[in-house]
Ligand binder design. Structure first.
Ligand SMILES: O=C(O)CCC(=O)C(=O)O
Ligand SMILES: [Fe+2]
Length: 356
Protein backbone atom coordinates (compact mmCIF):
# COMPACT_ATOMS: atom_id res chain seq x y z
CA UNK A 1 0.00 0.00 0.00
CA UNK A 2 1.33 3.43 -0.90
CA UNK A 3 2.14 5.72 1.94
CA UNK A 4 0.92 9.24 1.29
CA UNK A 5 2.05 12.67 2.26
CA UNK A 6 -0.86 14.38 4.01
CA UNK A 7 -1.21 18.14 4.29
CA UNK A 8 -3.40 20.02 6.77
CA UNK A 9 -6.24 20.38 4.20
CA UNK A 10 -6.28 16.57 4.02
CA UNK A 11 -4.87 16.57 0.53
CA UNK A 12 -2.39 13.87 -0.36
CA UNK A 13 -0.03 12.92 -3.18
CA UNK A 14 1.38 9.44 -3.73
CA UNK A 15 4.73 8.94 -2.06
CA UNK A 16 5.93 6.98 -5.08
CA UNK A 17 5.06 7.30 -8.75
CA UNK A 18 2.76 4.47 -9.85
CA UNK A 19 5.30 3.52 -12.53
CA UNK A 20 7.72 2.64 -9.69
CA UNK A 21 5.19 1.28 -7.24
CA UNK A 22 4.06 -1.47 -9.59
CA UNK A 23 7.65 -2.64 -10.01
CA UNK A 24 7.74 -3.50 -6.32
CA UNK A 25 4.28 -5.07 -5.96
CA UNK A 26 3.29 -8.60 -6.77
CA UNK A 27 1.64 -9.08 -10.13
CA UNK A 28 -2.15 -8.55 -10.04
CA UNK A 29 -2.16 -6.91 -6.64
CA UNK A 30 -3.48 -3.39 -6.97
CA UNK A 31 -2.34 -1.20 -4.07
CA UNK A 32 -5.34 -0.33 -1.86
CA UNK A 33 -4.97 3.41 -2.41
CA UNK A 34 -5.50 2.88 -6.15
CA UNK A 35 -8.20 0.25 -6.01
CA UNK A 36 -11.78 1.06 -7.02
CA UNK A 37 -13.99 -0.12 -4.16
CA UNK A 38 -17.60 -1.26 -4.26
CA UNK A 39 -18.39 0.09 -7.66
CA UNK A 40 -21.88 -0.99 -8.71
CA UNK A 41 -22.24 -2.32 -12.25
CA UNK A 42 -18.54 -2.35 -12.70
CA UNK A 43 -18.65 -3.98 -16.11
CA UNK A 44 -21.31 -1.67 -17.44
CA UNK A 45 -20.31 1.56 -15.83
CA UNK A 46 -16.62 1.68 -15.63
CA UNK A 47 -13.80 0.32 -17.62
CA UNK A 48 -15.13 -2.10 -20.14
CA UNK A 49 -13.53 -0.05 -22.85
CA UNK A 50 -13.83 -2.57 -25.66
CA UNK A 51 -17.62 -2.72 -25.38
CA UNK A 52 -18.22 1.00 -25.32
CA UNK A 53 -19.45 2.82 -28.40
CA UNK A 54 -17.21 5.31 -30.18
CA UNK A 55 -18.01 8.99 -30.10
CA UNK A 56 -19.18 9.71 -33.64
CA UNK A 57 -18.84 13.29 -34.73
CA UNK A 58 -17.35 14.99 -37.77
CA UNK A 59 -13.79 16.33 -37.46
CA UNK A 60 -13.52 20.09 -37.55
CA UNK A 61 -11.20 21.85 -39.99
CA UNK A 62 -9.29 24.76 -38.43
CA UNK A 63 -8.13 25.98 -41.84
CA UNK A 64 -11.74 26.54 -42.90
CA UNK A 65 -12.67 28.10 -39.56
CA UNK A 66 -9.83 30.61 -39.84
CA UNK A 67 -10.37 31.60 -43.47
CA UNK A 68 -13.38 33.89 -43.65
CA UNK A 69 -12.99 34.12 -47.44
CA UNK A 70 -13.53 30.40 -47.92
CA UNK A 71 -16.90 29.40 -49.34
CA UNK A 72 -17.08 26.70 -46.66
CA UNK A 73 -16.27 29.00 -43.73
CA UNK A 74 -19.84 29.59 -42.56
CA UNK A 75 -20.73 25.95 -42.92
CA UNK A 76 -17.68 24.90 -40.86
CA UNK A 77 -18.63 27.40 -38.14
CA UNK A 78 -22.10 25.89 -37.97
CA UNK A 79 -20.57 22.42 -37.81
CA UNK A 80 -18.34 23.58 -34.94
CA UNK A 81 -21.33 25.01 -33.07
CA UNK A 82 -23.29 21.82 -33.53
CA UNK A 83 -20.44 19.49 -32.44
CA UNK A 84 -19.72 21.61 -29.37
CA UNK A 85 -23.37 21.71 -28.51
CA UNK A 86 -23.66 17.92 -28.70
CA UNK A 87 -20.33 16.88 -27.25
CA UNK A 88 -18.35 19.77 -25.73
CA UNK A 89 -15.32 18.28 -27.45
CA UNK A 90 -14.06 17.61 -30.95
CA UNK A 91 -11.30 16.32 -33.20
CA UNK A 92 -9.46 19.18 -34.88
CA UNK A 93 -7.79 18.63 -38.26
CA UNK A 94 -5.90 20.91 -40.65
CA UNK A 95 -4.57 22.72 -37.56
CA UNK A 96 -1.20 23.51 -39.11
CA UNK A 97 0.98 21.56 -36.64
CA UNK A 98 3.50 19.52 -38.51
CA UNK A 99 3.24 15.78 -37.94
CA UNK A 100 7.01 15.73 -37.27
CA UNK A 101 6.52 18.20 -34.38
CA UNK A 102 3.67 16.08 -32.99
CA UNK A 103 5.97 13.05 -33.13
CA UNK A 104 8.86 15.00 -31.56
CA UNK A 105 6.88 16.18 -28.51
CA UNK A 106 5.56 12.66 -28.03
CA UNK A 107 9.11 11.33 -28.21
CA UNK A 108 10.50 13.71 -25.54
CA UNK A 109 7.57 12.79 -23.28
CA UNK A 110 8.40 9.12 -23.74
CA UNK A 111 12.08 9.78 -23.06
CA UNK A 112 11.20 11.56 -19.84
CA UNK A 113 9.17 8.69 -18.39
CA UNK A 114 11.92 6.25 -19.44
CA UNK A 115 14.49 8.08 -17.27
CA UNK A 116 15.55 6.56 -13.98
CA UNK A 117 13.45 7.36 -10.92
CA UNK A 118 16.31 9.39 -9.51
CA UNK A 119 16.54 11.53 -12.65
CA UNK A 120 12.78 12.10 -12.77
CA UNK A 121 12.57 12.89 -9.10
CA UNK A 122 14.91 15.85 -9.54
CA UNK A 123 11.78 17.50 -10.91
CA UNK A 124 9.28 16.20 -8.36
CA UNK A 125 6.17 18.14 -7.50
CA UNK A 126 5.24 19.02 -3.95
CA UNK A 127 1.90 18.83 -2.23
CA UNK A 128 1.30 22.56 -2.45
CA UNK A 129 2.31 23.20 -6.07
CA UNK A 130 0.93 21.54 -9.20
CA UNK A 131 4.05 21.80 -11.36
CA UNK A 132 6.57 18.99 -11.63
CA UNK A 133 6.70 15.22 -11.73
CA UNK A 134 4.47 12.95 -9.63
CA UNK A 135 0.86 11.96 -9.08
CA UNK A 136 -2.26 14.09 -8.68
CA UNK A 137 -3.48 15.20 -5.27
CA UNK A 138 -6.48 13.51 -3.75
CA UNK A 139 -8.64 14.51 -0.83
CA UNK A 140 -9.66 12.23 1.99
CA UNK A 141 -11.55 9.10 0.96
CA UNK A 142 -10.54 9.24 -2.71
CA UNK A 143 -8.34 6.80 -4.58
CA UNK A 144 -5.33 7.84 -6.62
CA UNK A 145 -5.35 7.99 -10.40
CA UNK A 146 -3.30 5.27 -12.14
CA UNK A 147 -1.27 8.06 -13.64
CA UNK A 148 2.04 9.86 -13.23
CA UNK A 149 2.47 13.18 -14.86
CA UNK A 150 4.93 15.94 -15.59
CA UNK A 151 3.11 19.24 -15.40
CA UNK A 152 4.79 22.43 -16.60
CA UNK A 153 3.79 26.03 -17.06
CA UNK A 154 4.92 27.24 -20.47
CA UNK A 155 3.31 30.69 -20.80
CA UNK A 156 3.79 33.43 -19.76
CA UNK A 157 7.49 32.90 -20.43
CA UNK A 158 8.55 34.72 -17.26
CA UNK A 159 6.49 32.25 -15.20
CA UNK A 160 8.41 29.21 -16.41
CA UNK A 161 9.95 27.21 -13.60
CA UNK A 162 12.94 25.61 -15.27
CA UNK A 163 13.81 23.50 -12.24
CA UNK A 164 10.82 21.35 -13.22
CA UNK A 165 11.92 21.00 -16.86
CA UNK A 166 13.86 17.78 -17.48
CA UNK A 167 17.56 18.47 -17.72
CA UNK A 168 18.60 15.04 -19.03
CA UNK A 169 16.83 15.24 -22.36
CA UNK A 170 18.88 17.53 -24.60
CA UNK A 171 16.11 18.68 -26.95
CA UNK A 172 13.27 18.77 -24.39
CA UNK A 173 13.23 22.52 -23.94
CA UNK A 174 13.42 23.52 -27.60
CA UNK A 175 10.79 20.93 -28.56
CA UNK A 176 8.35 22.09 -25.88
CA UNK A 177 8.96 25.72 -26.77
CA UNK A 178 8.28 25.03 -30.45
CA UNK A 179 5.17 23.02 -29.56
CA UNK A 180 3.86 25.71 -27.20
CA UNK A 181 4.11 28.43 -29.86
CA UNK A 182 2.02 26.29 -32.18
CA UNK A 183 -0.53 25.25 -29.56
CA UNK A 184 -0.99 28.87 -28.54
CA UNK A 185 -1.63 29.80 -32.18
CA UNK A 186 -4.22 27.02 -32.48
CA UNK A 187 -5.85 28.02 -29.16
CA UNK A 188 -6.21 31.60 -30.35
CA UNK A 189 -7.73 30.67 -33.71
CA UNK A 190 -10.03 28.19 -32.06
CA UNK A 191 -11.28 30.62 -29.42
CA UNK A 192 -12.07 33.13 -32.13
CA UNK A 193 -14.02 30.51 -34.08
CA UNK A 194 -15.86 29.28 -30.98
CA UNK A 195 -16.94 32.84 -30.18
CA UNK A 196 -18.20 33.28 -33.75
CA UNK A 197 -20.03 29.97 -33.56
CA UNK A 198 -22.14 31.33 -30.70
CA UNK A 199 -22.57 34.62 -32.57
CA UNK A 200 -20.25 36.71 -30.45
CA UNK A 201 -17.48 39.03 -31.51
CA UNK A 202 -14.46 36.87 -32.32
CA UNK A 203 -12.32 38.35 -29.54
CA UNK A 204 -14.93 37.86 -26.79
CA UNK A 205 -13.29 34.83 -25.18
CA UNK A 206 -9.75 35.56 -26.24
CA UNK A 207 -9.67 38.89 -24.46
CA UNK A 208 -10.39 37.09 -21.18
CA UNK A 209 -7.30 34.93 -21.69
CA UNK A 210 -4.79 37.71 -22.19
CA UNK A 211 -3.08 38.46 -25.45
CA UNK A 212 -0.05 36.48 -26.58
CA UNK A 213 2.62 36.65 -23.91
CA UNK A 214 0.06 37.08 -21.12
CA UNK A 215 -1.86 33.94 -22.01
CA UNK A 216 -1.55 31.06 -19.53
CA UNK A 217 -0.59 27.82 -21.17
CA UNK A 218 0.43 24.61 -19.42
CA UNK A 219 1.65 21.25 -20.62
CA UNK A 220 0.80 18.06 -18.85
CA UNK A 221 2.54 14.87 -19.98
CA UNK A 222 0.40 11.97 -18.72
CA UNK A 223 1.86 8.52 -18.22
CA UNK A 224 -0.49 5.56 -17.65
CA UNK A 225 1.24 2.23 -16.99
CA UNK A 226 -0.67 -0.94 -17.92
CA UNK A 227 -2.53 -2.87 -15.23
CA UNK A 228 -3.38 -6.57 -15.37
CA UNK A 229 -6.75 -5.85 -13.73
CA UNK A 230 -7.70 -2.61 -15.50
CA UNK A 231 -11.31 -2.72 -14.24
CA UNK A 232 -9.98 -2.24 -10.69
CA UNK A 233 -8.18 1.07 -11.37
CA UNK A 234 -8.84 4.36 -13.11
CA UNK A 235 -6.30 6.29 -15.19
CA UNK A 236 -8.00 9.65 -14.60
CA UNK A 237 -11.23 9.88 -12.65
CA UNK A 238 -14.24 11.47 -14.33
CA UNK A 239 -13.53 15.18 -14.39
CA UNK A 240 -14.03 18.30 -16.38
CA UNK A 241 -10.98 20.49 -16.95
CA UNK A 242 -10.81 23.72 -14.96
CA UNK A 243 -9.59 25.46 -18.11
CA UNK A 244 -10.82 27.62 -20.93
CA UNK A 245 -9.96 24.92 -23.46
CA UNK A 246 -7.60 21.95 -23.43
CA UNK A 247 -5.77 20.72 -26.50
CA UNK A 248 -4.82 17.09 -26.23
CA UNK A 249 -2.59 14.82 -28.18
CA UNK A 250 -3.89 11.35 -27.58
CA UNK A 251 -1.62 8.35 -27.76
CA UNK A 252 -0.95 7.19 -31.31
CA UNK A 253 -1.87 3.55 -30.66
CA UNK A 254 -3.39 3.02 -27.24
CA UNK A 255 -6.95 4.18 -26.57
CA UNK A 256 -8.25 5.03 -23.14
CA UNK A 257 -10.02 8.40 -23.24
CA UNK A 258 -13.82 8.42 -22.82
CA UNK A 259 -16.24 11.34 -22.92
CA UNK A 260 -19.61 11.56 -21.19
CA UNK A 261 -22.73 12.52 -23.13
CA UNK A 262 -26.27 12.23 -21.77
CA UNK A 263 -25.03 10.09 -18.86
CA UNK A 264 -23.38 7.62 -21.20
CA UNK A 265 -19.67 7.04 -21.83
CA UNK A 266 -18.24 7.08 -25.35
CA UNK A 267 -14.76 6.09 -26.47
CA UNK A 268 -12.77 8.89 -28.07
CA UNK A 269 -11.29 7.39 -31.24
CA UNK A 270 -7.68 7.90 -32.23
CA UNK A 271 -7.68 10.13 -35.30
CA UNK A 272 -4.07 10.16 -36.53
CA UNK A 273 -2.46 13.59 -36.08
CA UNK A 274 -5.74 15.27 -35.12
CA UNK A 275 -5.82 17.32 -31.92
CA UNK A 276 -8.56 16.53 -29.45
CA UNK A 277 -10.14 19.68 -28.06
CA UNK A 278 -12.32 19.93 -25.01
CA UNK A 279 -14.15 22.84 -23.50
CA UNK A 280 -13.22 23.55 -19.90
CA UNK A 281 -15.17 24.98 -16.97
CA UNK A 282 -13.88 28.51 -17.51
CA UNK A 283 -15.33 28.70 -21.03
CA UNK A 284 -18.58 27.35 -19.66
CA UNK A 285 -18.56 30.19 -17.15
CA UNK A 286 -17.58 32.86 -19.70
CA UNK A 287 -20.38 31.74 -21.99
CA UNK A 288 -22.84 31.68 -19.12
CA UNK A 289 -23.39 27.98 -19.59
CA UNK A 290 -24.12 28.12 -23.32
CA UNK A 291 -20.96 26.13 -23.99
CA UNK A 292 -20.59 23.13 -21.71
CA UNK A 293 -17.38 21.65 -20.41
CA UNK A 294 -17.22 17.94 -21.04
CA UNK A 295 -16.77 15.28 -18.38
CA UNK A 296 -14.16 12.77 -19.42
CA UNK A 297 -12.06 10.00 -17.90
CA UNK A 298 -9.21 7.71 -18.82
CA UNK A 299 -9.22 3.94 -18.49
CA UNK A 300 -6.17 1.72 -18.41
CA UNK A 301 -4.93 -0.86 -20.87
CA UNK A 302 -4.14 -4.37 -19.71
CA UNK A 303 -0.83 -4.63 -21.53
CA UNK A 304 0.31 -1.35 -22.94
CA UNK A 305 1.47 1.90 -21.41
CA UNK A 306 -0.15 5.08 -22.69
CA UNK A 307 1.25 8.61 -22.85
CA UNK A 308 -0.83 11.65 -23.72
CA UNK A 309 0.00 15.35 -23.81
CA UNK A 310 -2.54 17.89 -22.64
CA UNK A 311 -2.02 21.63 -23.16
CA UNK A 312 -4.62 23.60 -21.20
CA UNK A 313 -5.19 27.33 -21.42
CA UNK A 314 -6.62 29.01 -18.37
CA UNK A 315 -7.48 32.52 -17.40
CA UNK A 316 -6.22 33.72 -14.05
CA UNK A 317 -8.22 36.93 -14.12
CA UNK A 318 -9.62 37.60 -10.70
CA UNK A 319 -13.05 38.24 -12.10
CA UNK A 320 -14.53 37.64 -15.45
CA UNK A 321 -17.42 39.23 -17.23
CA UNK A 322 -19.92 36.93 -18.78
CA UNK A 323 -20.76 38.01 -22.26
CA UNK A 324 -23.73 40.39 -21.99
CA UNK A 325 -25.24 39.01 -25.18
CA UNK A 326 -25.46 35.57 -23.63
CA UNK A 327 -26.91 36.90 -20.43
CA UNK A 328 -30.52 36.54 -21.37
CA UNK A 329 -29.82 33.00 -20.21
CA UNK A 330 -30.14 32.52 -16.46
CA UNK A 331 -26.95 33.60 -14.76
CA UNK A 332 -25.40 30.36 -13.63
CA UNK A 333 -22.11 31.72 -12.41
CA UNK A 334 -22.82 35.16 -11.10
CA UNK A 335 -19.95 35.39 -8.70
CA UNK A 336 -17.19 33.72 -10.58
CA UNK A 337 -13.86 34.47 -9.00
CA UNK A 338 -10.36 33.13 -9.32
CA UNK A 339 -10.16 29.42 -8.61
CA UNK A 340 -13.89 28.76 -8.96
CA UNK A 341 -14.93 25.89 -11.16
CA UNK A 342 -18.19 25.08 -12.88
CA UNK A 343 -17.98 21.60 -11.42
CA UNK A 344 -16.14 20.48 -8.33
CA UNK A 345 -14.39 18.01 -10.59
CA UNK A 346 -12.38 16.22 -7.96
CA UNK A 347 -15.56 15.40 -6.07
CA UNK A 348 -17.27 13.67 -8.95
CA UNK A 349 -18.19 10.23 -7.81
CA UNK A 350 -16.88 7.33 -9.83
CA UNK A 351 -20.38 5.99 -10.32
CA UNK A 352 -21.53 9.47 -11.35
CA UNK A 353 -24.16 9.61 -8.64
CA UNK A 354 -23.38 13.28 -8.21
CA UNK A 355 -24.19 13.83 -11.85
CA UNK A 356 -27.70 12.59 -12.08
O1 LIG B 1 -4.92 11.20 -21.28
C1 LIG B 1 -5.94 11.64 -21.80
O2 LIG B 1 -6.38 11.17 -22.86
C2 LIG B 1 -6.73 12.75 -21.15
C3 LIG B 1 -5.95 13.60 -20.21
C4 LIG B 1 -6.79 14.56 -19.42
O3 LIG B 1 -7.99 14.49 -19.39
C5 LIG B 1 -6.14 15.63 -18.64
O4 LIG B 1 -4.90 15.69 -18.59
O5 LIG B 1 -6.90 16.45 -18.06
FE1 LIG C 1 -8.90 16.28 -18.57
Amino acid sequence: MAVSSICPMNLAIPSKPIQELIKSTTEKVVPETYKIQQLPNISEDNNNHSEIEYMKSPSIDLGLLSDASSSQHEQELRKLGSVLNSWGCLQLINHGLDSSLLDKIREVGKEFFALSLEQKQKHSRTLDWFEGYGGDTISEGQIYNWNDRLHLRVYPVDQRNFNFWPEYIPNFRETLEEYAVEVRRVTKSLLKAIAKSVELDEDSFLKECGEDEAMNLFTRFNYYPPCSTPERVIGLKPHSDGTVVTILQQNKQVEGLQALKDDKWFKVPIVPYALFINIGDQLEMMSNGKLKSVVHKVVIDKEKERISIATPTTTLKASMQEEPELCELPLFFENYSKGDRAFPAMDIDLNLATYS
